[in-house]
Design a protein around this ligand. Structure first.
Ligand code: ADP
Length: 457
């Protein structure tokens, strides 16, 4: 087992990894930017190294600085968390060259699945259901028009290197295709440094359902069931839950088995997430694989009782998975609300100093956060400041626990999305589990008409 792990991240996920390391008796090294000097992840790590100025390109994305920090402190592994360098095949390769273990899949697997067009081909070959679309990047307008005609409108243009919901364009008619193609290519180039895009059929009211897998270096792969992440704004997740209210045991077993086979086909190791869209008829279509820990991993931990971060560390250290698929059980229902430092109505960022911070605990509540009274929410990084996760015997109990937790949450000094979550959790469609990725559009349209929202909000 590792003696010391460097955590190449910040915020709540750096703390989450420290928690796992402490339970495993592993020492930790925090890296931080000048903006994060007083952060809790620095306080609670055994050692810490400043790796640069606030801008993430100069700190949390700075591979040489991170590798130097690992070498100076004698860390034998690096956990990248999510975001930043978590899906960087380059970091994984440099780690390998420096004899530092990267806690994640093999660099070649990261490369394969990080290119969404290649990932589509690999998954198609492995028998995973797919939305019709282009088999590789679309080079020009002519090819785009032909592909879109074959697939049928509406279509979505997506960046091959995409992530974080960026660089996507929905096209509903041929006349709009050329323009959308150029914009998508430009956006992809600006955001990811690679302008390649591909086309797939656009589904109008799908559910986002993803499966968590874990694979060791001895050929064992298991799935930990699904999460539903249909409540999104601009393709970014706001609320996640497990299990999905739309899945039966039978479908879970079938899809889980399929995902395990697909993971084995690409020799997947460590934690990963296979993302799908599900249509009105309950049909699944592959979207992408995220080769890292997800923000929403706690809902899976709550229903399975499996500590995914500890498993990641054990797997990276070469241990066998300590349980079989038949030993994975699902108990109750878990929800996660992402609390962002944002205006709940306009979604404008709201960085600043938090003057008071209190979130109640109680049965079935888990809070993953770096926030505390008098801490600063920096404008340099993601606006998520806390994740409120609740677990109940069933979905209604999880919702009731979420509502009373949100109601009793005190965060003063900055604006947060707590009021938005309170309103969503009172929406009849949400309560009934009638979810789709367009939920928030309907919600926003209702919010624009005063008086039409659920009364309890
Ligand atoms: P990213 O990697 O940027 O998060 P994804 O491929 O995971 O991108 O897609 C994010 C979200 O975009 C999905 O959850 C869904 O809401 C929407 N989306 C992506 N592809 C489609 C599609 N073919 N049809 C409908 N919605 C889509």
């Amino acid at each position: 087992m590792f003696k010391k792990i460097l955590i190449a991240n910040r915020g709540e996920i750096a703390l989450r990894i420290i928690v796992a390391c402490r339970e495993l008796g592993i020492k930790t090294v925090a890296v931080y930017s000048e903006a994060d000097e007083n952060s809790l992840h620095v306080r609670f790590a055994d050692e810490d190294v400043c790796i640069g100025p606030p801008r993430s390109t100069e700190s949390y994305l700075n591979v040489p600085a991170i590798i130097s920090a690992a070498e100076i402190t004698g860390a034998d592994a690096i956990h990248p968390g999510y975001g930043f360098l978590s899906e960087s095949a380059y970091l994984a390769e440099v780690c390998e060259a420096c004899h530092i273990r990267f806690i994640g899949p093999d660099p070649n697997v990261i490369k394969l699945l990080g290119d969404k067009a290649r990932a589509r081909r690999a998954m198609k070959k492995a028998g995973v259901p797919m939305l019709p679309g282009s088999d590789g990047p679309i080079e020009n307008e002519e090819k785009a028009l032909k592909c879109a005609r074959d697939v049928g409108y509406p279509v979505i243009i997506k960046a091959v290197a995409g992530g974080g919901g960026r660089g996507m364009r929905v096209v509903r008619q041929p006349a709009d295709l050329a323009n959308a193609l150029r914009t998508a290519q430009r956006e992809a180039e600006a955001a990811f440094g690679v302008g390649d895009v591909y086309i797939e059929k656009y589904l109008d009211h799908p559910r986002h359902i993803e499966f968590q897998v874990l694979g060791d270096h001895h050929g064992n792969v298991v799935h930990l069931g699904e999460r539903e992440c249909s409540i999104q704004r601009r393709h970014q997740k706001l609320i996640e839950e497990s299990p999905s209210p739309a899945l039966t045991d039978k479908v879970r077993r079938k899809m889980g088995g399929l995902v395990v086979d697909a993971a084995k086909a690409v020799q997947y190791t460590n934690a990963g997430t296979f993302e799908f869209l599900m249509d009105d008829e309950g049909k699944f279509y592959f979207m992408e694989v995220n080769t890292r820990l997800q923000v929403e991993h706690p809902v899976t931990e709550m229903v399975t009782g499996i500590d995914i971060v500890k498993e990641q560390i054990r797997i990276a250290a070469g241990e066998r998975l300590s349980f079989k698929q038949s030993e994975v059980t699902f108990t109750g229902h878990a929800l996660e609300c992402r609390i962002n430092a944002e205006d709940p109505d306009t979604f404008a960022p709201s960085p600043g100093v938090i003057h008071a911070f209190s979130v109640p605990g109680g049965p079935g509540v888990r809070i993953d956060t770096f926030a505390h009274s008098e801490c600063t929410v920096s404008p340099y990084y993601d606006s998520m400041i806390a994740k409120i996760i609740t677990h109940g015997r069933d979905r209604q109990e999880a919702i009731a626990r979420m509502r009373r937790t949100l109601e009793m949450t005190v965060i003063e000094g900055i604006k947060t999305t707590v009021p938005m979550h309170l309103r969503i959790s009172a929406e009849p469609d949400f309560v009934a589990g009638r979810l789709s990725t367009h939920f928030m559009e309907r919600y926003a349209a209702k919010a624009a008409k005063p008086g039409s929202l659920a009364e309890s909000a």
